[in-house]
Design a protein around this ligand. Structure first.
Ligand code: PMP
Length: 405
């Protein structure tokens, strides 16, 4: 009898993954050389699974700003903003983000996970309802569990189902908060936000959108799906992360509602954890400026996404429904997916493996995330390798699949 017996079901899968050259859940890079290249197990790999959408982790201005901050302000804040006080950079970053999104309020959290945990456990409570897309990220589910609102799920990206569920609550008192994501992280599909916003308006609910994977990616100015869909006025809360297009770590929520500032003394995942270190604040502010200024990054990113999505689909592989920087190949057998993933790493391409049950439709996924920093050659190499391995494993026909007119 061990305290870990309850994990026996996980243990089996976890141990079986260790039989191969690389264990997808224990990857440790020897070196990271750039936004798109690293060394793994002595082998050079293209980094195609990092969410580094704009490739800003090696942006020279961001690095210089971070170095300057660490030299002048030290390595960390060693406490929360409520207890230890804020540094000037925390407020400045909040003002930058509020201005970027055209909102009056912003709160910065130590991770995007904590932004969801904090917002969802605090702004709705007993007597309120949280209406979540069924494919919501773990941080959204965990925020719901930490709080006291009643949780209802609607079918993934289905505004009719959302409408039905809200209609049943029509005469129930309390606030109702709908939560959707801009781009869903597993299949890269884009939420039908215009339709969701219409339901929200009709039913008098609040709407929160997690733009973790869509900030810097969608919208003319990179403000995400709410901007691209033209519904920013209907979105009451935008949550996001610094760990993807901004290339660092941290999270935020922006809003325009009066009274938002009370969250600084009510939101426990904001209050009871150390604030972001000055170097992170500095590189994030630099990345936000670049994201705002350099539209070419988004153009390049979408060109790369189109190349990968189109290339994999032309091979005959099953990819997600929308062209976005998250490009996932759905397979049927977890065992085949593990072999496929190992062969990709051996061949010089690193991406993510997602295994059921934590995947849409409980299918294994080879999940790639494209960066603006990838070259067309790197993307082509990945497509070619997918083709080779797919044929070797018998998933693809011996010759490349050619679509008939
Ligand atoms: N929301 C979504 C949709 C995400 O995919 C993630 C991270 N994968 C997060 C929130 C959490 O972000 P962070 O990495 O900053 O904790």
């Amino acid at each position: 009898m061990s305290i870990f017996d309850k994990f026996d079901h996980l243990r089996q899968t976890y141990d079986s993954l260790g039989d191969r050259a690389h264990n997808p859940f224990s990857v440790s890079f020897d070196r990271i050389e750039s936004a798109t290249e690293g060394v793994l197990g002595g082998r050079r790999v293209i980094l195609l699974g990092t969410n580094n959408y704009l490739g800003l982790t090696f942006d020279q201005h961001g690095i210089d700003e971070a170095v300057r901050a660490v030299q002048t302000l030290g390595t960390g804040t060693t406490g929360s903003r409520v207890a230890n006080g804020s540094y000037a950079g925390h407020g400045a970053l909040e003002r930058d983000l509020a201005a970027f999104f055209g909102r009056r309020h912003c709160m910065v959290f130590s991770t995007g996970y904590q932004a969801n945990l904090g917002m969802l456990s605090t702004i709705v409570g007993r007597g309120d309802h949280l209406i979540l897309d069924s494919d919501s990220h773990a941080s959204i589910y965990d925020g719901a569990r930490l709080g006291h609102a009643e949780v209802i799920r609607f079918r993934h990206s289905d505004p009719d189902d959302l409408y039905k569920r809200l209609r049943r609550l029509k005469d129930v008192p309390g606030s109702k908060l709908i939560v959707a994501e801009g781009i869903y992280s597993m299949l890269g599909d884009v939420a039908p936000l215009r339709e969701i916003a219409a339901v929200k308006r009709e039913m008098g609910a609040y709407l929160m959108v997690d733009e973790a994977h869509s900030m810097g990616v969608l919208g003319e100015h990179g403000r995400g799906l709410a901007e691209a869909a033209g519904v920013e006025a209907d979105v009451d809360f935008i949550v996001g992360t610094f760990s993807k297009s901004l290339g660092s770590v941290g999270g935020f929520c922006v809003a325009d509602l009066d009274g938002f500032d009370i969250l600084r003394v009510a939101c426990r995942p904001y209050m009871f954890t150390a604030s972001l270190p000055p170097s992170i604040i500095a590189s994030t502010r630099s990345a936000l400026q670049r994201l705002d200024r350099d539209k070419g990054l988004r153009t390049q990113l979408m060109a790369n996404a189109t190349q990968l999505h189109g290339g994999l689909r032309a091979l005959g592989l099953e990819v997600g429904p929308h062209i976005s920087p998250v490009v996932s190949v759905a397979l049927d057998e977890p065992e085949v997916a593990v072999r496929f993933w190992n062969a990709l790493v051996e061949g010089g391409v690193y991406l993510n493996l997602a295994l059921p049950p934590a995947t849409p439709s409980s299918r294994p996924l080879l999940r790639a995330s494209v960066s603006a920093a990838h070259s067309p050659r790197q993307i082509q190499k990945a497509v070619d390798l997918f083709g080779e391995i797919g044929r070797e494993l018998g998933i693809l026909p011996a010759e490349p699949f050619v679509e008939l007119p």
